[in-house]
Design a protein around this ligand. Structure first.
Ligand code: ADP
Length: 493
């Protein structure tokens, strides 16, 4: 038996039937509550109070050989505050009760620290869960758009606000490239990623035109940033955006209004300078002539009398035609009802106008040629008259007395388009002013004393527009000008 106990290596006590100690191992006292009470023939209950109340159990044990009884995790506290944990294993070996003591302090400490770590991990996990829930709630309730994409640009997460704005469900966007939502041709997620990495800014601001499921465009201002993931070297990209469509629209409207107002101011100053010229000259002629006729300080011959009256009449006519031009323009600008089309023979119409102009501009010649057979047009007679008289009138006005003006009329059957080409060999138009010529009251800087109001071409442009046509010009200083008007044969289609 002694051999057996040595092999076991545990501290032990051998008990007599009356629970007194029969034998002990050398260091067994370290487990006793009262070590001084542990000695041969002493009752075990004095040194180990745990045995109080176990009398029946031990008697039973003595009757059943090979059985045992175990007391686990008994604790002893020493004065230095350290703890000793041990198990007691009571065995009946060959009719004797042997009490084994096993030091489990290390195991218990390990267990306790493991338990503590598990508790701490659980606490951390639950606080992480709460934090995640809270973050999810914030993301779900925020008005901003949040799109989280992989570093290669695939959508991983998209919040409620973004789904609502784009009109897609979660599954429709998951794993799709972010570029699917963006219209800008030059947008590349990778470029933004690199730009972020190369800058010192914590966010990269970018305005992008996006598109919803209904293919409507939405302007969004994004704050782009990159955040590391739990995997080292792997990053996620955050697109945090605001819908700025309305702001952009207002900005655009404002800049258009400003542009218009600038345009109006220019128009006003051009009108003032034209009016001061074009009204003052005929007005002063009228005043001087009427003064002369009214006060008759000297005898006025019949011829002089007629001369002054004619001057008054032609000055008043000039003013009237200027006012008419302004009225035509404002009417054409204000409403489409200015357009009243009817079928008319354009060739005959042109010949008639040429006759009238050759009477007004005595001694000037207009060469008329035509290409194509059907020269009927469904157009507005008044507006067509404005187009022809202004273009031909300018051709005559801006070229020398001896030069003629060409009018070419052509019809392309395939396209059903009529071309009116007025060509002169006059002063030409400087390239830099050509783009302004169709603005009201605008005059070229090379007109010198040639009278004019700067209204003719804007009337022509409006008339051409109302017919759904186009007007272009080619001109070279000192060589001449070619004005080309293309009109649909039937502007109703
Ligand atoms: P206006 O002739 O009364 O000044 P228009 O609107 O008809 O007004 O023409 C605007 C300007 O375009 C003219 O002032 C002139 O500078 C230029 N222009 C128009 N037609 C011709 C032309 N055939 N040759 C040279 N300049 C022209």
């Amino acid at each position: 038996m002694k051999q057996l106990l040595i092999v076991d290596k545990r501290e032990y006590l051998i008990l007599n039937e009356d629970l007194t100690i029969a034998q002990t191992s050398a260091l067994v006292t370290k487990y006793a509550e009262f070590s001084e009470q542990v000695s041969i023939n002493q009752d075990i209950r004095l040194g180990f109070p745990e045995f109080v109340g176990l009398e029946d159990t031990l008697t039973n044990l003595l009757e059943k050989e090979e059985s045992n009884f175990v007391l686990q995790s008994i604790t002893r506290h020493s004065e230095d505050n350290s703890s000793l944990y041990f198990d007691i294993d009571i065995k009946n070996i060959s009719g004797q009760l042997i009490v084994f003591f096993e030091d489990v302090t290390e195991l218990m400490t390990l267990k306790q620290s493991l338990l503590q770590q598990v508790n701490e991990a659980e606490l951390l996990l639950s606080s992480l869960k709460r934090f995640e829930e809270c973050t999810n709630k914030i993301i779900a309730s925020m008005g901003e758009i949040l799109i989280i994409v992989t570093h290669s640009g695939k959508i991983e997460r998209i919040n409620k606000a973004a789904r609502k704005l784009f009109g897609y469900s979660y599954s429709e966007l998951l794993d799709r490239p972010i570029s699917q939502l963006i219209v800008n041709q030059d947008f590349e997620h990778r470029q933004l990623y690199d730009a972020y990495n190369n800058s010192n800014e914590s966010v990269q601001k970018i305005e992008l035109t996006c598109q919803n499921k209904q293919r409507e465009e939405i302007e969004i201002e994004f704050n782009f940033s990159i955040v590391p993931t739990e995997i080292k070297g792997l990053f996620k990209c955050i697109y945090l955006g605001r819908n700025i469509t309305e702001r952009k629209r207002l900005e655009e409207e404002m800049s258009k209004a400003l542009e218009k107002e600038k345009e109006l101011r220019k128009l006003k100053s051009r009108f003032v300078s034209m009016a001061s010229h074009e009204f003052r000259n005929p007005l002063s002629s009228i005043m001087i002539c009427t003064d002369l006729l009214l006060h008759r300080e000297r005898d006025i011959s019949e011829e002089e009398y007629d001369f002054y009256l004619n001057l008054i009449k032609s000055s008043a006519n000039n003013m009237q035609s200027l006012l008419e031009d302004i009225l035509v323009l404002s009417k054409a600008e204000s409403t489409k009802s200015a357009f009243n089309p009817n079928w008319l023979d354009l060739e005959e119409f042109c010949s008639q106008i040429i006759k009238e102009l050759e009477i007004i501009y005595q001694g000037r010649k207009i060469n008329f040629t035509k290409v194509g057979s059907s020269l009927e047009i469904y157009g507005d007679k008044k507006l067509l008259r404005h187009i022809l008289t202004n273009l031909l009138g300018n051709g005559i006005k801006y070229s020398s007395q001896e030069e003629s003006v060409d009018l070419k009329l052509a019809y392309s059957e395939a396209e059903e388009l009529i071309t009116l080409e007025v060509c002169d060999r006059g002063i030409g138009i400087p390239t830099e002013v050509q783009k302004h010529l169709f603005e009201s009251f605008y005059r070229g800087n090379n007109v010198g004393d040639i009278p004019g109001t700067g209204l003719g071409l804007s009337i022509v442009k409006k008339a051409v527009d109302l017919h759904g046509g186009t007007i272009t010009l080619e001109s070279e200083i000192g060589v001449g000008t070619k004005m080309t008007v293309i009109l649909p044969k039937n502007s109703n289609f």
